[in-house]
Design a binder for this molecule. Structure first.
Ligand SMILES: C[S@@+](CC[C@H](N)C(=O)[O-])C[C@H]1O[C@@H](n2cnc3c(N)ncnc32)[C@H](O)[C@@H]1O
Length: 217
């Protein structure tokens, strides 16, 4: 019932934790976490039609008494308590960072496909460290989930770009991800050299990726 991508988020959640899933869409993650991980879930979405769909999914599993679903915009103060683990997945980095200006708890789990460097950097600058990460390949794409916990951190550029836990894991899927990323950006980088356009950010990224491609052999 639940995709590899959503299971990857659940792999960062401890049994029985309190969850607030912001941007829950279909509510499938919350159903899974309630049934399989003993979690106490609240979930919201800014779109009321979407919330109605989540409610009908939750009803199918007879979980309306267990999961608190509501229409809510993460840009408003949601009155969260610190023991709730925030989950934000399928949203862009800028949306996630804007939500965190209004709502923060001790632990935050994010899964975004846009600019993971800015996500890690932005949240760590708010006083968090990265406690765990997971990567999966699902439906032709790589998905990275990151759990942040309150704490100090001092990550290098490489760690912010690629993930301190993923770098340490040295796993095959991590290296496949690096190779894929490298292939995606190298064309643009070579073109930027050809046209002498400003490429300092791309250059940093390419040089970083090269190190981890080498370490595979
Ligand atoms: C692409 S879906 C991802 C759904 C689910 N989290 C997942 O990973 O499968 C993003 C959802 O976030 C909701 N959303 C976007 N901005 C939001 C905000 N500021 N507050 C609450 N929900 C938001 C959208 O309505 C949409 O249902």
């Amino acid at each position: 019932m639940v995709s590899k991508r959503l299971k990857s988020i659940s792999s960062l959640i401890n049994y029985g934790e309190d969850i607030i899933d912001i941007g829950c869409d279909h509510g499938l993650l919350d159903i899974y976490l309630t049934l399989e991980c003993g979690c106490h879930c609240s979930c919201c979405d800014v779109n009321s039609n979407i919330v109605n769909r989540a409610i009908s999914n939750i009803k199918k599993y007879n979980l309306l008494d267990s999961i608190n679903v509501f229409v809510g915009n993460g840009f408003d103060d949601l009155g969260l308590s610190d023991n709730q683990v925030m989950v934000m997945s399928g949203m862009g980095t800028s949306t996630i960072l804007r939500i965190l200006e209004k709502n923060k708890t001790h632990d935050i789990i994010c899964q975004t496909n846009t600019d993971l460097y800015s996500l890690r950097k932005g949240i760590c600058e708010m006083g968090y460290c990265i406690s765990s990460e997971d990567i999966v390949f699902d439906n032709g794409r790589y998905y990275i989930s990151v759990r942040f916990s309150i704490g100090s951190s001092n990550y290098t550029y490489d760690e912010l770009l690629l993930g301190p836990c993923l770098i340490k894991s040295d796993s095959k899927i991590f290296h496949d991800y690096i190779n894929n990323l490298y292939k995606k950006i190298i064309g643009g980088y070579n073109k930027s050299i050809l046209f002498e356009s400003n490429n300092s950010e791309l250059e940093l990224m390419v040089n970083c990726l090269k190190k981890y491609i080498k370490s595979q052999s």
